[in-house]
Design a protein around this ligand. Structure first.
Ligand code: SF4
Length: 292
């Protein structure tokens, strides 16, 4: 990939839905649909700053805003911004979001979906999780069949899509090279996931797509003091386990209440590798979603 281009070069390419021109990556607070940040949103530049900014975020909206401007992982910042400038030929005339992709969906969700990380030309282009690639097409179609998604497809931030009762989160918010974040990057981004789990006080079921998401969710739940069965259930399609959110945990929003039980269900990732080969079929996906 040619990295000689000055990443500060303005482009002014039109957003495919609104026609408004944007540079790639998109500067915060410049009018991109669903951009949660403003020009003054604090940006983390290290793992310690991620921990501090995540820990002090008082709402899911604040987490999303801070995530979307994060620069704590140099390798991923370089990759996501380089991809945003160089683009895939099919999207050469579009601006790319090129920033961390924030969580998406209902803030009062009963169901949480945990993925892995945005795709370089999917979420990293459109600014929305599971949007703009075939993996997302599969997932949103299934969520629409199950009544969680208003539309059968998610095209781009600003398309009118809406999730009800369900929210999507990612253990890693930046597109990684080869879809493989390093352990250090997963650990750094895990602070955002910790805070989201604490603030999502209505969640009763979690669908985890793939083994990395399974590991990341177990690690995050353990870090924030949730009860996680030992030995840990091994990831598999349709595998179920139950976490316990302790009552009286103020940070978990359950002060003075009884323990909250959260059912966790494993699902093969909706990657093309799985869906093209038939390892994951529409029927299999519908079956696990019906368990939530
Ligand atoms: S992967 Fe997470 S912690 Fe790292 S830069 Fe992106 S948003 Fe920040």
């Amino acid at each position: 990939m040619n990295r000689a281009r000055n990443l500060g070069d303005p482009e002014g390419l039109p957003h495919p839905l609104t026609g408004r021109p944007f540079d790639s990556p998109v500067p915060p607070g410049t009018g991109w649909p669903e951009d949660p940040a403003t020009p003054t949103t604090p940006a983390a530049a290290s793992a310690d700053q991620v921990r501090d900014l995540a820990g002090s975020a008082s709402s899911l909206a604040e987490v999303n805003a801070r995530v979307s401007v994060c620069r704590a992982c140099p390798r991923l910042v370089d990759w996501r911004e380089t991809v945003a400038h160089e683009k895939r030929r099919a999207f050469a005339e579009q601006p790319y979001w090129g920033r961390p992709v924030p969580s998406y969906g209902d803030e009062s969700a009963r169901v949480l979906v945990v993925g892995l990380a945005p795709a370089a030309h999917g979420g990293n282009r459109t600014g929305r999780m599971f949007t703009g690639d075939r993996s997302g097409d599969w997932l949103f179609a299934a969520l629409h069949r199950a009544g969680y998604a208003e539309r059968p497809a998610s095209v781009m931030a600003g398309d009118g899509q809406r999730l009800t009762g369900l929210r999507m989160v990612a253990p890693v918010h930046c597109a990684p090279p080869d879809n493989k974040p390093t352990p250090a990057e997963r650990a750094t981004c895990g602070h955002w996931l910790d805070r989201e789990l604490q603030l999502l006080t209505t969640v009763e079921s979690i669908l985890v797509l793939g083994s990395i998401g399974w590991q990341s969710l177990h690690a995050a739940a353990t870090r924030i003091g949730w009860g996680v069965p030992r030995p840990r259930a091994r990831f598999g399609h349709g595998v179920q386990t139950v976490f316990t959110v302790p009552g009286g945990d103020v940070s978990a929003g359950s002060a003075g209440s009884a323990d909250r039980m959260v059912r966790v269900v494993g699902c093969y990732h909706v990657s093309q590798q799985n869906t093209f080969t038939g390892r994951l079929t529409e029927a299999m996906l519908d079956e696990v979603i019906a368990l939530l």
